[in-house]
Design a protein around this ligand. Structure first.
Ligand code: SAM
Ligand code: SF4
Length: 480
């Protein structure tokens, strides 16, 4: 009988996509995917280490799964992803029943790793000597990416374009857990997107920790890293054809966007995340000129204080960030903006915090994700005193949420009476049709089920704090 696998995902969209690839590989090996832990022979958690909170949730969940294993000793338990890499010792100490620990760079080895667990059991090994550990790779071998796939939905899809992160933000564990940056070849990405478009998908979200580094390093060692990079890229300019035909290994992110727009029939393209350090005019021009690329940019600022930005090693100032936003808005007038903010970074004073609020007031983001600083062992900032008390972090967190809620509502109200293009994605629990505008705002419309998966034109009748309530005007997408 087929082995049944249950997989739970924590953390970012890259983890969600990794989980789809993992399930794709396992299904190709004959595993059946189940929705309940009780039905599983193999329970895998794909984990996140960005904040202590995410780790604690995974530890708690696996703790419960260990109880299940006491009743069913044949059960295989695996911790995958960032926590496996960052917290190996803790995993061994707190989760002695776990059979498999594999980092983000090792996900393509999973079928062999699970076979290794089975073999050790057959040999009668027990406890720690039966455990399989795989966390040593520095780079994910993207050239070993499996052809098989397993995707949820059928309307929107994630497409990973690169792995890893070469930045060294002082607070962040990701470069340690996900390793060095490596990009997927352009042709492979274009093929995948075109296959998705042919299969009926309407939107793709291109994923990377910093998509603006796309093309720096490919699995075969080529890329624009090193001397001559600027010159070579300038020669390519706005010519996606050149990027594909003449210099396949000298393509950067704006050229990738142009190539996706010109060479595939996907209707909507989103991407995340853009680091402000290397989001520049060429990216903004590509956003303005590519019809399929949605008018939405997630550009995490983290703080509005130059002192804190310097300590975070972000590589930009509040003023240079604001200049980028002005440049973007000049080229893409109705662009929606979102950000990540960390409150309570070591040394953050009331004045630093006020600078963050002032920046948010000036940018007027459409939405923001706020995080209380959480020291991550192994990062540069973990060596500094975590001197902002928890109560102050909480107060600042709340103040940012309230500020953003007010701005978001005001931004939404400016849309009443205007028309938006909506990709209808599902029916919510209240029976309403839900979708997203090009600017990534949640939209509710009335209509029959066949609208699910369609691009429709809708007029905004009213708004709630987070949603546009619209009437469908036309079942065809906006032109131009
Ligand atoms: N690569 C993306 C970038 O640089 O914008 C972000 C990736 S990170 C997984 C997502 C967000 O988590 C970051 O933008 C940051 O705001 C937050 N984050 C990362 N490390 C953190 C920490 N130690 N404490 C609190 N928030 C953190
Ligand atoms: Fe972390 Fe900075 Fe890399 Fe983003 S760019 S993943 S915040 S190190």
């Amino acid at each position: 009988m087929a082995q049944a696998v249950y997989l739970q995902t924590y953390g970012c969209q890259m983890n969600e996509r990794d989980s789809e690839e993992i399930l794709g590989m396992l299904v190709a090996q004959g595993y059946a995917v189940v929705e309940r832990e009780e039905e599983a022979d193999v329970i895998l958690l794909n984990t996140c280490s960005v904040r202590a909170h995410a780790e604690e949730r995974a530890f708690g969940k696996m703790g419960l799964m260990q109880k299940l294993k006491r009743e069913r000793p044949g059960l295989v338990l695996g911790i995958l992803g960032c926590m496996a890499k960052a917290q190996r010792e803790e995993v061994f100490r707190r989760l002695p029943q776990v059979d498999l620990v594999a980092g983000p760079a090792e996900i393509y080895d999973l079928p062999e790793l699970l076979a290794g667990v089975a073999e050790r059991r057959q040999q009668g090994r027990l406890g720690a000597s039966a455990r399989v550990l795989a966390i040593d790779r520095k780079v994910r071998p993207l050239d070993r990416r499996p052809a098989t796939d397993y995707r949820a939905g059928g309307i929107t899809a994630f497409v990973t374009i690169m792995e890893g992160c070469d930045k060294k933000c002082a607070y962040c564990i990701v470069p340690t857990t996900r390793g060095q940056e490596v990009s997927r070849p352009l042709e492979e990405i274009l093929d995948e997107i075109q296959q998705l478009a042919r299969a009926g998908y309407r939107q793709v979200t291109l994923l990377g920790q910093n998509v603006n580094s796309y093309g720096k390093r490919f699995p075969d060692g080529t890329g624009w890293v090193g001397p001559g990079r600027r010159r070579a890229l300038l020669q390519l300019g706005d010519r996606p054809e050149a990027a594909v035909a003449d210099a396949p290994r000298l393509v950067d992110f704006p050229a990738l966007l142009r190539a996706v727009d010109a060479k595939t029939s996907i209707e909507r393209v989103r991407f995340t995340t853009s680091h402000p350090f290397d989001a520049h005019g060429e990216l903004f021009r590509a956003m303005a000129e590519c019809r399929s690329v949605c008018e939405y940019l997630h550009l995490p600022v983290q703080s509005g204080s130059d002192r804190i930005l310097r300590a975070m090693r972000r590589g930009y100032t509040a003023e240079s960030y604001l200049e980028q936003i002005a440049h973007l808005r000049a080229l893409v007038p109705h662009v929606a903006l979102s950000t990540d903010i960390i409150v309570g970074f070591p040394g953050e004073t009331e004045a630093d915090f006020e600078a963050t609020q002032a920046l948010m007031d000036r940018v007027r983001y459409d939405s923001a994700f706020v995080f209380k600083y959480s020291p991550r062992p192994g990062t540069e900032a973990a060596g500094w005193i975590d001197d902002v008390p928890q109560t102050v972090k909480e107060r600042r967190n709340q103040a940012i949420l309230e500020l953003q809620a007010r701005i978001s509502r005001e931004q939404l109200e400016t849309w009443v009476g205007r028309e938006v293009e909506v990709l209808v994605e599902e029916r919510n629990r209240r029976g309403q049709l839900m979708g997203k505008s090009r600017r990534n705002t949640t939209v509710v419309v009335d209509g029959p089920d066949p609208l699910i998966g369609e691009l429709v034109l809708a007029r905004v009748a009213r708004v709630t704090d987070t949603t546009l309530i619209c009437d469908v005007v036309d079942r065809a997408p906006l032109a131009g």
